[in-house]
Design a binder for this molecule. Structure first.
Ligand code: ADP
Ligand code: MG
Length: 398
């Protein structure tokens, strides 16, 4: 996949209607009060929106929210987003009552340069997730240029994320541009040595990433729950730890592949075990592969922490996907925190991908010391797997 795409700066948008795909899929209060509990995604969209408005474009913003499955679900309306966006921009945001219906069409037709409107939840339309060309055409017909800035949705080939690019010149906004520059750069032409730290809960959800990064990285580091499948595959006992027995042979294949490719492959040498999956469980440190029955590994141990921190110290680039332990429990967050701290101290380009990894780095207070924290969980995972992202592939090459 070509990561070098045209951006908003490469097209003339003055006096033009711009269809802007944002990721406004924000968390909402569960009580149906329409209160947005975290507006990070709305704020992240501001630079592109403000640039377009300053350039004299008329902006027709759109996004999905939740999974209404092609039905109009009032609790998944984007109205609260329009209100918050209007506060942040300090200007009116015109809310359409539908996606491509008469209200959206009329409001889009009347929209003036410097004005912004928001279409209703794109997934209120059945054709959205099916990438229906009729829906894509109807959305495109309201605008003259398509700008995509919803990195969190680029791994989906939907009408508003990819289909519309068949009918309009398509470029990236600033959010996608940065993701492509930093992650794409690290994958295509990394500053070496490239160290990949892979953790999280399951091997099965990370197979693609491990496999792809083994092709690219100089060192691959394994932590988190998936380490126990590697340990069991090597004949260790893992007690009640997370284990995917079906993936043991795959784990061995990955170790072998690393050897063949001359990639350094680091597995934990010790682990913090607990007598229950609980924040206040009794805990102790044991060597890898010797976890007694009734105990489970919830974090990497102190020797492993040293080993991993040494391995990143002189890295050129570090890609990190997946926490080292159950960081949600402070007692078992030490491994994840130590790695975050080590990354904050290196001169390396540091890239965090994955929803929980981003949350961990934020929660532990290291977010502003990383080069890049991806705004897309699933999208960054597929990016690191080396898969083609439909919402990127559809944009014009630079
Ligand atoms: P990401 O979202 O960054 O890709 P994952 O979703 O793969 O990461 O994994 C994150 C989850 O893995 C966290 O909720 C964390 O508690 C869990 N986890 C990490 N280590 C362990 C472990 N040893 N046992 C159980 N769960 C773990
Ligand atoms: Mg996750």
């Amino acid at each position: 996949m070509n990561y070098n795409k045209k951006t908003v700066k490469d097209v003339d948008v003055r006096g033009k209607k711009v269809l802007l795909r944002c990721d406004f899929n924000v968390p909402m209060a569960k009580d149906g009060s329409g209160v947005i509990t975290d507006d990070k995604r709305i704020r992240a969209a501001l630079p592109t929106i403000q640039y377009l408005l300053e350039q004299g474009a008329a902006v027709i913003a759109c996004s999905h929210m939740g999974k209404p499955k092609g039905q109009v679900k009032p609790e998944l309306s984007l109205k609260p987003v329009a209100v918050r966006l209007s506060e942040l921009l300090g200007q009116d945001v015109i809310m359409a009552a539908d996606v491509v219906g008469p209200d959206a069409q009329a409001k889009a037709a009347a929209l003036q340069p410097g004005q912004i409107m928001l279409l209703e939840n794109t997934r209120f339309e059945k054709g959205e997730t099916k990438n229906d060309p009729e829906l894509a055409k109807a959305m495109a017909s309201m605008a003259e240029v398509y700008v995509s800035d919803a990195f969190g949705a680029v791994h989906r080939a939907h009408a508003s994320t990819a289909g519309v690019a068949d009918y309009l010149p398509a470029v990236s906004g600033f959010l996608i541009q940065k993701e492509l520059e930093v992650i794409g750069g690290a994958l295509a032409n990394p500053k070496r040595p490239l160290v990949a730290i892979l953790g999280g809960s399951k091997v099965s959800s990370k197979i693609g990433v491990i496999n792809n990064l083994l092709e690219i990285a100089d060192t691959v580091i394994i932590g988190g729950g998936m380490a126990y499948t590697f340990s069991a595959a090597q004949g260790g006992t893992v007690g009640d730890s997370l284990l995917e027995a079906d993936w043991e042979s795959y784990a061995n294949d990955m170790v072998k592949k690393a050897q063949e490719k001359g990639v350094k492959f680091l597995l934990p040498v010790d682990t913090v075990i607990a007598n229950a999956f609980a924040p206040d469980a009794e805990s102790k440190v044991v060597p890898t592969g010797s976890i007694p029955d009734g105990w489970q590994g919830l974090d990497i141990g102190p020797e492993t922490v040293k080993l991993y921190c040494d391995a990143v110290a002189d890295a050129g680039t570090v890609i990190w996907n997946g926490p080292m332990g159950v960081f949600e429990f402070p007692k078992f967050a030490k491994g994840t925190e130590a790695v975050a701290e080590a990354l904050s101290k290196t001169d390396a380009i540091t890239i965090i991908g994955g929803g929980d990894s981003a949350a961990a780095v934020q929660q532990l207070g290291y977010a502003d010391r990383m080069t890049h924290i991806s705004t897309g969980g699933g999208a960054s995972l597929e990016f690191m797997e080396g898969k083609e992202l439909p919402g990127v592939a559809c944009l014009l090459d630079a």
